[in-house]
Design a protein around this ligand. Structure first.
Ligand SMILES: O=c1[nH]c(=O)c2nc[nH]c2[nH]1
Length: 498
């Protein structure tokens, strides 16, 4: 369902123009037609100008247009794209104890996912996770559901009803005892495939033009999938052009497990790396989303680039489960397209803004732990050692992701990861109006927050002397859903903070 009316948005607009460059448009106008498409963007244009100049150009009549104004200090920003989130795990956010990936799956995750074959529970959880993510400005999410077809289909139904753009994947996992999920798995590769077809068919009927919701093939991760299942999903991807999502190289024990389960002689892979297993199964495509990619080797990175597969960087989860520090600059340097994932509930928050904040912070740690290089260190003379230290310091600095960069990953980068870069992620004529209205707190002369001491600005206080880049930094490092005043998808208002 799109916007029913023509809309004129007025005020400040901020979006990414390049990885390291936010663009600020102040006193601007954006026209959005009934289909939710941006049809005009005009700088230095107030309401009177828009009516006088833009409307005749568009053949619009004033009476048919709804006007939405950003107040002084507020700004429109593209909706966030969560490139990796497990909808059924939402009730577990923040609950992970001291576990690491494989024991976390067994202790916390599989029992919860299994329980969502209860339709009432699935409805409760999925309704909540959609509302929660919309309230944080997530206009598009790549969701893992569960192995249950009915509740996966329900997730897709609820996304359409709530107006959230989504890729919805029925999880495929047919391996017995690896890792320890006999009660929660597909009985065979054939039944996994049949269930996948059933949920694809449902989504094709639900949204035939895939204007909001589309299916995505979802082999959970190599240790939970048989070779016949992975091979069949690779073939299906080739035949249908459907996107794929899976996990790659998240945790060292997982990587060791993959090496032991899939020696190259069994897969026909060129080497024993994790990425090579997926490649041999036809699962590395330009439409593949690889979550985590924390411990990739240089050869795996080159393979990912060669296949055009994309990476979902999940810093909250990587830190919570102690998986490691993903080297995002190292990935970007090689041309890997990256976006951000909350990875609920390995990740403790459903907020992409939190993921952006953690991406910035983790990149600073990558910088001080060897510039993303690692490995054996050659012994050098004192002089040469000093030179090396200087070089490493410089390289460490370069690992840091700026505010502009993490906001790019949260929007434009994410759009490319989910294959929607022509539609969403920025404000351009021809793109769709997936946007959020952000409001920060304005501190008055007496130190009070204008509009009242309620949650007007949430955790962000703006004193008025900050530059716009500084306001963006305050938002990234201190903002939350209290700053997300309104959210639109395809021109439709899907969330409003009361
Ligand atoms: O962060 C993760 N969450 C999961 O649910 C999962 N399954 C396999 N590997 C995984 N990693």
């Amino acid at each position: 369902m799109a916007a029913a009316k023509k809309q004129l948005f007025l005020g400040s607009f901020v979006h990414s123009k390049a990885l390291d460059k936010l663009e600020f448009l102040h006193g601007a106008a954006v026209c959005v037609d009934q289909s939710g498409t941006i049809v005009a963007i005009e700088r230095d244009c107030d309401e009177a100008n828009a009516i006088e100049v833009l409307f005749p150009r568009l053949g619009w009549v004033k009476a048919e247009v709804v006007v939405v104004r950003a107040r002084e200090g507020q700004f429109f920003f593209p909706g966030f794209i969560d490139t990796h989130i497990h909808a059924p795990q939402y009730p577990n956010v923040g609950i992970f104890g001291n576990s690491t990936l494989l024991d976390w799956l067994k202790t916390y995750t599989f029992p919860l996912e299994h329980s969502l074959s209860d339709p009432a529970k699935a409805r409760q959880v999925y309704t909540r996770v959609i509302r929660k993510t919309l309230s944080h400005g997530t206009t598009c999410a790549a969701y893992f559901a569960t192995i249950d077809v009915a509740s996966t289909n329900l997730l897709a139904d609820l996304c359409v009803a709530a107006g959230q753009r989504a890729l919805v994947g029925r999880v495929c996992m047919d391996v017995q005892g690896s890792p320890d999920c006999d009660y929660y798995r597909d009985a065979t590769a054939e039944s996994a495939l049949a269930s996948t077809h059933a949920s694809i068919a449902h989504m094709r009927t639900l949204d035939p033009t895939m204007s909001l919701v589309r299916p995505i093939l979802t082999p959970r991760f190599a240790p939970a999938c048989s070779l016949p299942l992975m091979r069949a999903l690779g073939t299906l991807a080739r035949e249908t052009n459907l996107p794929i999502q899976t996990h790659l190289s998240e945790n060292k024990a997982e990587i060791a497990l993959v090496k032991s389960l899939f020696p190259p002689a069994t897969t026909g892979a060129t080497d024993d790396s994790y990425a090579a297993v997926y490649d041999a199964m036809g699962l590395l495509t330009p439409r593949t989303i690889l979550a985590h990619a924390v411990h990739l080797t240089a050869a795996e990175r080159a393979l990912v680039v060669a296949r055009g597969a994309k990476v979902s960087h999940c810093p909250c989860s990587n830190s919570a489960l102690g998986s490691g520090l993903a080297r995002v600059r190292w990935l970007l340097d090689a041309g890997v397209v990256c976006g951000l994932g909350t990875d609920v509930s390995g990740g403790y928050s459903a907020s992409v803004l939190e993921a952006a904040r953690q991406a910035a912070l983790v990149s600073r740690l990558v910088g001080v732990t060897g510039g993303g290089k690692g490995g054996e260190r050659e012994k050098l003379s004192v002089e040469k050692e000093k030179e090396r230290e200087k070089e490493e310091e410089k390289e460490g600095e370069r690992q840091k992701l700026s505010v502009d960069e993490v906001l790019f990953l949260a929007t434009r980068g994410g759009a490319e990861v989910v294959g929607l870069e022509d539609k969403v992620g920025g404000f351009e004529v021809g793109m769709e109006w997936d946007a959020q209205l952000i409001g920060l707190g304005t501190v008055g002369e007496g130190g009070e927050v204008e509009g009242g001491e309620d949650d007007e600005g949430g955790n962000v206080d703006v004193f008025g002397w900050e530059s716009w880049p500084e306001r963006m930094a305050k938002w990234v490092y201190n903002g939350d859903d209290r700053n997300t005043k309104k959210v639109w998808v395809k021109g439709r208002l899907v969330h409003e903070r009361k």
